[in-house]
Write a protein that binds this ligand. Sequence first.
Ligand SMILES: C[S@@+](CC[C@H](N)C(=O)[O-])C[C@H]1O[C@@H](n2cnc3c(N)ncnc32)[C@H](O)[C@@H]1O
Length: 395
Amino acid sequence: MSIPRLSLRPKRERRSSSGHPWIFSNELEAGFADLPPGSAVDVFDAKGKFVGRGLLSPSSLIAVRLYSRARHDDLDDPLFYTMRLREALAYRERVLPGRTSCRVVHAEGDFLPGLIVDRFGDHLAVQVSTVGLENRLDVLEEAVKQVLAPASAVFRNDNKVRELEGLEPGRGVWFGDPPESVDIEEYGLTYRIDLLGGQKTGHFYDQAVNRQECGRLCAGASVLDVYANTGGFGLQALKHGAERAVLVEKSEATAAAAVRNADLNGLADRATVLAAEATRTLEELVARGDRFDVVAIDPPAFAKSKKTAGNALRGYTRVNALAMTLVKPGGLLFTSSCSHHVQEDRFLEALEKAAEHAHRTLRLVRRGEQATDHPVLPAVPETRYLKHLALQVLL
Ligand SMILES: C[S@@+](CC[C@H](N)C(=O)[O-])C[C@H]1O[C@@H](n2cnc3c(N)ncnc32)[C@H](O)[C@@H]1O
């Protein structure tokens, strides 16, 4: 079958030839809008040089995502996805040897745009966010079974990108008979993962190393973990000998999961889990005069788009100023931003402003980012989204 050829407009090849897989609709000559959504297409530059082979999303601003730079790769053949999955697995075996629970496919970071696969032992949670992959689920299923041999897989397709692709959100069983929950081990802690009910794909693997690094500095400390999800930073702190930890999480079901995880790890007697709103709780704690040796704060993405980045920065300044006020002089603040649209320098500026508001001085202890199972491609800045800073908060 012949593959439709799309041409880039003159001088629009710089990003794609430097390794970026996205082709925007305004970079293409007309002629693609009538092709069926999800079609495999070949992209050429204005001089007729082959750029790559991709899948078409005619309704999205990102009109083509490139999956391959080789014309012999067949994007309708399970063998292609088998090869990509094998490469993704080999990378994890290289950087996280022996790990059976982690993210095994991180979309563009693994040269599979639109696909996220989190592995919880024998079970998978999968997010498919492009029409090209949605149309090839049978091909993907064959490859996933071949390479990962999971007992079951669920879809966690609740993300916004699907809307832009004209796809319905949703969650459900893909194949197999998934259990209600799975226990996984991560840096000495057991987490009970709710495959279909938990947030995102069930667990925030991206913070695994930052949680562990935070925990290491918490022996004997009083700890406040805000936006705690199912235990996050607070439980690692307790595991490393923190004297007590207060966890704040708005979702009642998620807070209940944090209590269960504290129990599972024998840490419940030193943990207080509050199902409560973060900013209000921070304000109440400030007003009461409570202070902590360590505060961790890990909000959801405040900036959902470039347009809202300004508001997001004000949001980061506000919660971080409150958090800094709650840190005892010389104590530590672990602060994160997972907003794609907020760059690290802007996040740092927001933190400097927060320190000014809180009348505190900051010293940078450690710069962190997403764990290595969420690989970053230097040519694709969007693959790096998590900013994490450990700061000492001086008087
Ligand atoms: C990025 S996740 C935190 C991940 C966690 N630190 C971990 O290591 O697993 C953000 C969490 O904040 C919670 N959340 C969102 N808005 C909130 C709010 N206004 N107050 C408290 N928690 C909130 C979400 O339910 C979610 O669990």
